[in-house]
Design a protein around this ligand. Structure first.
Ligand code: XBP
Ligand code: MG
Length: 251
């Protein structure tokens, strides 16, 4: 019995990475007087590491960019990342980052049928608030029973901690929910917590390893733009809806 849908955020609710997070990182680097620039390709490589602070540290370790003398690297990264969050929120406010096809439809259908909703993401909590407010309106924050985000758990995806945390908070077991994810790291995280997962991929994640996912689709699909199914069961009407998710859960 499907009790809840757990939504990943970046890449799943919206294509936030290339024109959102990446741009915000670069603006923060400019502010800090750094000559770093994450182009579209480089950012794709850096996306193997989840979490913005962790991604900056990974970049420093793997690309050895010019770095100012700092006493406490973790603190310096946290400051740089805070500036990035400010830029990202400003980009969201401009309204240039829409939800992916079918996301609003599925959320609405779930709400109409008392299927519970939650967010499970590695991104910073303010980013989730900003995206929901900008796309679905202020009231939508209350539609999600749990917003599990960022540093709320010690280990980010691909660890399963964020899914375990969300299930605990909701009082549900893994077999009562379905996760929607867009990346290999997201799939590994859900599977680590035994949560069944359906993937809607995007340009950055198209070649990720989605082993263990029930199905992989182009997107959630709309009446005018049906989803393409790349693996697993195909939705009969071209749309990931409650019937389809119930079928996935039973399979
Ligand atoms: C994707 C991420 C995030 C964002 C950046 O999260 O890995 O780190 O790229 O967000 P998910 P922050 O797919 O789990 O939503 O800079 O706020 O960490
Ligand atoms: Mg994601």
């Amino acid at each position: 019995m499907l009790q809840a849908i757990l939504f990943d955020v970046d890449g799943t609710l919206a294509d936030t990475e290339r024109d959102g997070h990446r741009v915000a990182f670069n603006l923060a680097f400019d502010d800090a007087g750094l000559d770093w620039h994450w182009d579209v390709l480089t950012y794709g490589e850096l996306l193997t590491v989840t979490g913005g602070k962790e991604r900056i540290r990974y970049f420093i370790e793997t690309h050895s960019p010019d770095l100012p003398e700092v006493e406490d690297l973790a603190e310096w990264i946290a400051g740089l990342h805070k500036a990035k969050t400010g830029h990202y929120l400003a980009l969201l406010k401009k309204g240039d980052i829409p939800l992916r096809p079918g996301v609003e439809r599925l959320i609405q259908e779930a709400r109409d049928n008392d299927v519970r909703l939650a967010i499970t993401t590695t991104t910073t909590p303010e980013n989730v608030d900003g995206l929901l407010r900008a796309t679905l309106g202020d009231a939508s924050l209350d539609w999600f029973e749990v917003i599990a985000a960022g540093d709320i758990v010690p280990a980010k995806k691909p660890a399963g901690d964020i899914y375990h945390y969300t299930l605990d908070q909701m009082g549900l077991t893994a077999s009562q929910v379905i996760a929607l994810e867009d990346s290999g790291n997201g799939v590994r995280s859900a599977i680590d917590a035994d949560v069944p997962v359906v993937v809607t991929l995007n340009d950055y994640t198209a070649h990720d390893d989605f082993s263990g996912a029930i199905s992989v689709l182009s997107d959630l699909g709309t009446t005018t733009q049906p989803a393409r199914t790349l693996r697993g069961p195909a939705p009969s009407n071209g749309m990931v809806d409650l019937d389809y998710l119930r079928h996935c859960l039973a399979s």
